[in-house]
Design a protein around this ligand. Structure first.
Ligand SMILES: [Zn+2]
Length: 112
């Protein structure tokens, strides 16, 4: 399954759809339009030219979120102190028909 940011500079390939997707109401997910799919970092191929990604670290500093330096699309996050076994990809970079049918896990991140 292959997705990309709006301008196409950042391309991400994953082996296939996740078992479920997550929607979270925390401020970061709300403001970036995040809908999460999760894979082991070894399964996720991120292709981007040098300088094409901006990083953002906030709050508990557990993860780094990445967005395209050109179009601003939030594409994925990688663990900092969070478990190294998992990274997140914004499902919105993939075609909707590839993920909209998947079960949704609603996360109340705003209450954490
Ligand atoms: Zn872009």
């Amino acid at each position: 399954m292959k997705g990309q940011c709006h301008c196409g500079a950042v391309q991400i390939t994953v082996p296939g759809p996740p078992a479920e997707i997550s929607r979270c109401n925390c401020s970061l997910c709300r403001t970036t339009g995040w809908i999460g799919g999760y894979w082991h970092p070894d399964e996720v191929m991120v292709a981007a030219p040098p300088g094409a990604l901006n990083s953002y670290v906030q709050g508990d500093r557990m993860i780094t979120t990445w967005n395209c330096a050109s179009c601003g699309s939030h594409t994925h996050w990688t663990p900092r102190t969070a478990s190294p076994d998992r990274m997140g990809v914004n499902m919105r970079i993939f075609e909707p028909e590839e993920w909209q049918h998947l079960p949704v896990r609603v996360v109340d991140g705003a209450s954490f």
